[in-house]
Design a binder for this molecule. Structure first.
Ligand code: SF4
Length: 408
């Protein structure tokens, strides 16, 4: 893990959702939720496998009816990751889900409000050692709390979680994590801040109903990342109106970007493109992203629009490709190592990245003819400089026009 990027994490207790530790210094885990009917066992399992492949550590499935609970009994033993049952209004579904063998439950205090029902579930969860997430949701806050606080406020959401905790305390149950999600980013941030002051139970972060990407990604990242950077949060979920695999991917990418999880896949960087670009950088970067897909190659890979500046601008990348004079110039740690026809550049990039991942940078350098590659790169660089001049973006011409405009 990178260090020095995130404020020290706030200490929380540790619980286990099946084999996955949550809180107490464990790596921040990634969650998502299936969107199939849980009674569709094969369809749900397919989605769970896709989520696990995209880096999801824990998957939640709805348990809203008897058929769903029966589906869970078949899903749980075949799932590659722990399964949490999401309980809506019927506490009996929580009991049924535990009977099915789920490794965790999510209860919404706004939906199951009878103390006897809450305590019956907590007692059973205690006996079975199954953790429960108290999942407060701004949109379904207990009406009594809504009334008392004059709306959905951070204080009301925290109080809702504390009320539920008090019921759990009465039966001696404490395998708990908590969320206080809202669709408003400032509201959820403040609610989690207050909650983290009030409890040391692990916290599950999320912006609820964030919507489709890209807005949903932006909102979720704004809320989740802000809190993680303050050391708050032990497990996260992006709630997107999209294929859940996108949620898992986004969660993993966020944690990797913040240095909270080891990099698993390629970190693709690309130049913003400019007048020097010899290729359509957006299209080639997309092609490269698709070619790397879910391959487990934890390298930083650069796609650069020109060989004039690309290798230098991306010298910190492990490997990269820069276009020039209809050719692709491959570079490793800023040094040119090979030159290939432009239409082979993405395939070559993937092939060399796989080689580096397996054998290391030094082996790649030993394999390269750097003298020839650097000579060819220098040749293409001078062809481009001769054709485009030193100011390919015509900035100097624009500055002359600006000066005329301002002084006239
Ligand atoms: S100078 Fe080259 S590498 Fe830099 S932004 Fe322009 S095209 Fe991309």
């Amino acid at each position: 893990m990178q260090t020095g990027t995130v404020t020290e994490r706030r200490p929380t207790r540790q619980i286990h959702v099946g084999s996955v530790p949550v809180g107490g210094g464990a790596p921040v885990s990634i969650q998502s939720m299936t969107i199939t009917k849980t009674s569709d066992v094969e369809g749900t399992l397919q989605q769970i496998y896709a989520l696990a492949g995209a880096g999801c550590d824990i998957v939640r499935c709805t348990c809203n009816e008897q058929a769903a609970a029966e589906g869970l009994a078949q899903i749980v033993p075949r799932s590659p990751v722990p399964i949490i049952a999401d309980i809506h209004h019927q506490y009996r579904m929580a009991l049924a889900a535990m009977e099915a063998g789920v490794q965790g439950l999510r209860l919404n205090p706004g939906n199951i409000r009878k103390p006897d029902h809450i305590k019956a579930v907590a007692r059973e969860a205690k006996d079975r050692g199954v953790p429960i997430r108290i999942g407060v949701n701004g949109g379904s806050l207990d009406p009594a709390l809504y009334e008392r606080h004059g709306g959905v406020t951070p204080e009301a959401m925290v109080e809702s979680a504390q009320q539920e905790l008090a019921y759990f305390d009465e039966v001696g149950f404490d395998l708990v994590k908590i969320s206080v999600k809202a669709s408003s980013v400032p509201l959820m941030i403040e609610a989690y801040r207050q909650l983290s002051e009030a409890t040391d139970h692990p916290l599950h972060l999320g912006v609820t109903e964030a919507g489709p990407p890209p807005a949903g990604l932006v909102k979720s990242t704004a809320g989740i990342a802000t809190l993680l950077m303050e050391g708050i949060g032990d497990t996260i979920r992006y709630s997107l109106t999209a294929d859940p695999v996108e949620e898992a991917r986004a969660g993993r990418q966020l944690l990797e970007a913040l240095g909270l999880r080891e990099r698993k896949n390629v970190d693709l960087i690309a130049c913003p493109s400019c007048g020097r670009a010899e290729i359509d950088v957006i299209a080639v970067a997309k092609e490269a992203m698709e070619a790397f897909g879910e391959r487990e190659i934890p390298l930083q890979v650069a796609v650069m629009g020109c060989v004039v500046n690309g290798p230098g601008e991306a010298r910190d990348a492990d490997i990269g490709i820069a276009a020039g004079n209809k050719r692709g110039h491959l570079f490793v740690k800023g040094r040119n190592v090979a030159v290939v026809p432009e239409d082979e550049m993405v395939d070559t990039l993937v092939e060399w990245a796989e080689f580096i991942n397996e054998h290391g940078i030094e082996a790649a350098m030993a394999r390269a003819d750097t003298v020839k590659a650097e000579r060819e790169a220098a040749k293409d660089r001078s062809v481009l400089l001769a054709a485009q001049g030193a100011d390919a973006n015509h900035a100097a011409d624009k500055i002359v026009e600006i000066r005329k405009t301002v002084t006239s």
